[in-house]
Design a protein. Structure first.
Length: 70
């Protein structure tokens, strides 16, 4: 994610993402969340944000909201 932590970390996908799939879960063969579908970069090529990056972003965002509401 640009601007987050000074670097970007992505999962490259070789599959057909359709418009509207952004924000949906990227699951492994066992049904575990591994990322969040983000964008289409070409035919049968897409990108996802890794689940651990999204989780860290949410933790930081919650901390900021708690500080602002205090």
């Amino acid at each position: 994610m640009p601007g987050y932590g000074g670097h970007a970390e992505w999962i490259a996908l070789h599959l057909s993402l359709r418009p509207g799939y952004s924000g949906g879960p990227l699951l492994d063969a066992f049904g575990r969340l591994v990322g969040i579908n983000t964008m289409i970069t070409g035919p049968e090529v897409g990108c996802a944000i890794p689940a651990h990056v999204a989780a860290e972003f949410l933790r930081q965002d919650i901390d900021v909201r708690l500080i602002r509401s205090a």
